[in-house]
Ligand binder design. Structure first.
Ligand SMILES: *Cc1c(COP(=O)(O)O)cnc(C)c1O
Length: 378
């Protein structure tokens, strides 16, 4: 809270006595800030700040969404039955062990609400996805940070951060914003090292982009345990971020617990039909992955060729690392914005020396590399 002058005190006290007070932890939360999409005074702006798909959604998903306009008076299916069946069939999973959510963000919140509260601890890695500490503090639990090694989650540090108070360990794999990942064997070692009562949440929001053969999204771990959950989303490779639709795969005991607190109509009908159509359009997802496979290495190499750092990302984004002023990340951000390119500032992630770049269209990627070259040369 900012300092107040003595003159302010009587007023402030009155407010403190009479106004509703939040639960512990709430005022410690810095609100999550999404990627920006506009630069004042610059007309042709490209948003490369939210890891959205440059290919957009499947046209079939967009058509299903449009067709739903005639049905807006109907409540959605509260059990997301048809979508769970479709996900189950597509991935070879038991639909009874799937829960759909209003984005995977909602599922992160529901899991935290169910398993962690005041006096409990929630462990995540140093540059892990910000929704984990936000969810922990929302429910009165304490977020506990584990160090990373070379901007990658470190199983030994995660295990060392566990105390008798730990209830949940969140692991984004691959992680946003670093783009780095843990191989299957390391995730298994993490699970094996955690006490049985600690819930491990593997957030695999970018799983569809990963082409490494030592990576898996976490299905086998979920199926081999009663304490491991995998979350997924339609916001990234499926290009449906606007509709807010994610899902989790969990053991039956966890599904039962989460379903008790889930809102009865937490996923909207437009998200249901669009996600089902998106799953069926395999060619569109393949095209998105192929585009990423082409541009991810080109952008990493392009950034490094200019003498800057780029993480060895396996997602649809790259963490670009800058040096000291006057050529620091803030200066680069301002320069790129003046060229109509919006990247994501990383100060909230403790990475003030970096900007996160989402892989864009070919034109956007080339424009970024050209602008970055000019920034370095200027
Ligand atoms: C984008 C993202 C999500 C959020 O996905 P929604 O389904 O849109 O809520 C979850 N986890 C990570 C790591 C992400 O980057």
């Amino acid at each position: 809270m900012p300092c107040r002058s003595a003159n302010d005190l009587p007023d402030l006290r009155r407010i403190h006595v009479t106004a509703p007070q939040p639960q512990p932890g709430i005022l410690g939360i810095t609100p999550y800030k999404g990627g920006e999409g506009a630069v004042p005074g610059v007309a042709d702006v490209r948003k490369l700040s939210s890891n959205e798909s440059p290919l957009g959604p499947s046209p079939k998903a967009a058509a299903a969404y449009a067709a739903l306009a005639k049905e807006l008076h109907r409540y959605p299916d509260g059990a997301s039955e048809a979508l769970r069946q479709a996900i189950g069939k597509h991935h070879g999973l038991d639909p009874e062990r799937i829960i759909c959510g209003n984005g995977s963000d909602e599922l992160i919140g529901l899991l935290t609400a169910a398993f962690a509260g005041p006096g409990d601890e929630v462990v995540y890695s140093r540059h892990g996805f910000l929704m984990y500490p936000i969810a922990a503090m929302t429910h009165g639990a304490k977020p506990v940070v584990a160090a990373e090694k070379e901007l990658t989650a470190d199983v030994d540090a995660l295990l060392a951060a566990v105390t008798p108070k730990t209830k949940i360990v969140f692991l984004a794999n691959p992680n946003n914003p670093t783009g780095t990942y843990l191989p299957t064997a390391e995730v298994k070692r993490l699970r094996a090292g955690l006490p049985a009562h600690v819930l491990l949440v593997i957030d695999a929001a970018y799983a569809e982009y990963v082409t490494r053969n030592d990576y898996s999204a976490g299905v086998e771990l979920v199926e081999a345990s009663d304490n491991t959950v995998m979350t997924r989303t339609f916001s990234k490779i499926y290009g449906l971020a606007a509709l807010r639709i994610g899902w989790l795969y969990a053991p039956a005991n966890i599904v039962d617990i989460v379903n008790r607190t889930r809102g009865p109509f937490n996923v909207n009908a437009a998200a249901h039909v669009a996600a089902i159509a998106a799953l069926a359009d395999v060619a569109h997802v393949d095209a998105a992955r192929t585009h990423n496979d082409i541009w991810l290495p080109k952008l990493i190499e392009g950034v490094r060729a200019l003498g800057l750092g780029a993480t060895q990302s396996v997602g649809n984004f790259v963490l670009v690392r800058f040096g000291k002023a006057p050529k620091d990340a803030a200066a680069a951000d301002a320069f790129l914005r003046s060229r109509g390119l919006i990247l994501r500032g990383m100060t909230a992630y403790g990475l003030g020396d970096s900007l996160r770049l989402t892989i864009g269209t070919e034109e956007e990627n080339l424009r970024f590399l050209a602008a970055l070259k000019d920034f370095v040369a200027a």
